[in-house]
Design a protein around this ligand. Structure first.
Ligand code: SAM
Length: 332
């Protein structure tokens, strides 16, 4: 007989159970966003670089199956740019037989593959769009807006709704927020997710951060209802114009981290308990099933909320110093 659900679960010493994985499929990207945290892994490499050290589809699916034993029920595939992986549909097809699979993408390569991904079992997709102004888009993402909007339309046509638009809040594009909100309200099946820029990893983004209290007030004034999600206790605003807007506001927010139920996996198969830490990697490559189970237990045993009531965790390898010294992506 299977053990009861609660006994199977991975629970850290802060009482947080792990329900989700966030997997970086590659550290390659065809954009070079000015703020990119690359899931906490340092710089991305170019799209044509060799797929150095990336887990194979079979390795990843095996890791996910072990996670499923611990009652992890959802996986988000990200990168780098996950659509640079030609085997993305294969990964989705296999993984979606035992887990909910979603994707975060810059959308630029999505249009020709959205239907195949939906057919393979993809449940949802987030498309990162910070502004609808093509010139500002290029300045912030160093990519082109048009194919991204085509990707968004293709995702909707493939039935992947709700499609979430990920928007990193930057001072220079904040004035365009009303336009984005109206765009989301005008298109059935779109949600907007506003993301606070993570300055731990990109200290150079500090001056470009926005005052989130102003954003919260702006949303509250226009909201017909506000709800709170289990994940990170994020607030979701249902605006009077019909738009649904979620606020992802981790920085300095102990409630966010206290309700984090996610473990990360790097493209080269290392487990990682927190985006903001560099001292919590647990390698999994070459391990047998029992070794993989032990790796999950280890990473979860070492998990700690980054933002706490007594301030951010200061890890032995302090990300502030390490990331500040990293080379930033060059214009491509
Ligand atoms: N290339 C894909 C994309 O553009 O969505 C997936 C990888 S990207 C690292 C995943 C998400 O992280 C994107 O929505 C991006 O906007 C967000 N992101 C990247 N750097 C960030 C930062 N410093 N602070 C907050 N969000 C960030």
């Amino acid at each position: 007989m299977d053990p009861p659900r609660t006994e199977r679960m991975l629970v850290d010493s802060f009482g947080r159970h792990v329900s989700d994985l966030r997997v970086s499929l590659t550290d390659r990207c065809n954009f070079a966003c000015v703020y990119c945290h690359n899931e906490g892994l340092g710089d991305t490499r170019g799209p044509g670089d060799p797929a150095q050290g990336e887990m194979t589809a079979a390795e990843l699916v095996r890791l996910l199956r072990i996670a499923r034993e611990f009652d992890v029920t959802r996986v988000k595939l990200t990168g780098g740019e996950p659509l640079l992986r030609r085997d993305l549909e294969d990964i989705v097809r296999e993984a979606s037989t035992f887990m909910e699979v979603s994707l975060t993408t810059n959308g630029s390569l999505l249009a020709p593959r959205a239907q195949a991904l939906a057919d393979a079992g993809l449940a949802r997709v987030n498309v990162s769009i910070d502004t609808l102004d093509a010139r500002h888009f290029r300045a912030v993402r160093r990519g082109t807006l048009e194919p991204v909007l085509a990707g968004l339309e293709a995702a909707l046509a493939a039935g992947l709704a709700p499609v979430k638009i990920n928007t990193v809040l930057l001072d220079e594009t904040l004035g365009e927020l009303p336009e984005l909100v109206d765009f989301v309200a005008s298109r059935k099946g779109l949600h907007l997710q506003l993301i606070e820029v993570m300055p731990e990893i990109r200290t150079d983004m500090m001056p470009r951060r926005v005052d989130l209290d102003k954003v919260r007030a702006w949303l509250s004034e226009r909201a017909a209802a506000v709800e709170q999600r289990t994940m990170h206790h994020r607030h979701v605003y249902h605006l009077e114009n019909g738009a649904t807007v979620e606020l992802v506001d981790p920085v300095g927010n102990p409630d966010f981290c206290a309700n984090c139920h996610r473990v990360r996996v790097t493209h080269d198969g290392q487990l990682k308990g927190c985006l903001n830490r560099l001292d919590d990697y647990v390698p999994t490559r070459g391990l047998d099933d029992e070794g993989l189970r032990a790796a999950f237990r280890k990473v979860v045993a070492e998990r700690a909320p980054y933002y706490r009531r007594d301030g951010p965790v200061r890890a032995a390898a302090d990300p502030h110093h390490l990331y500040a010294s990293l080379r930033r992506p060059a214009l491509r």
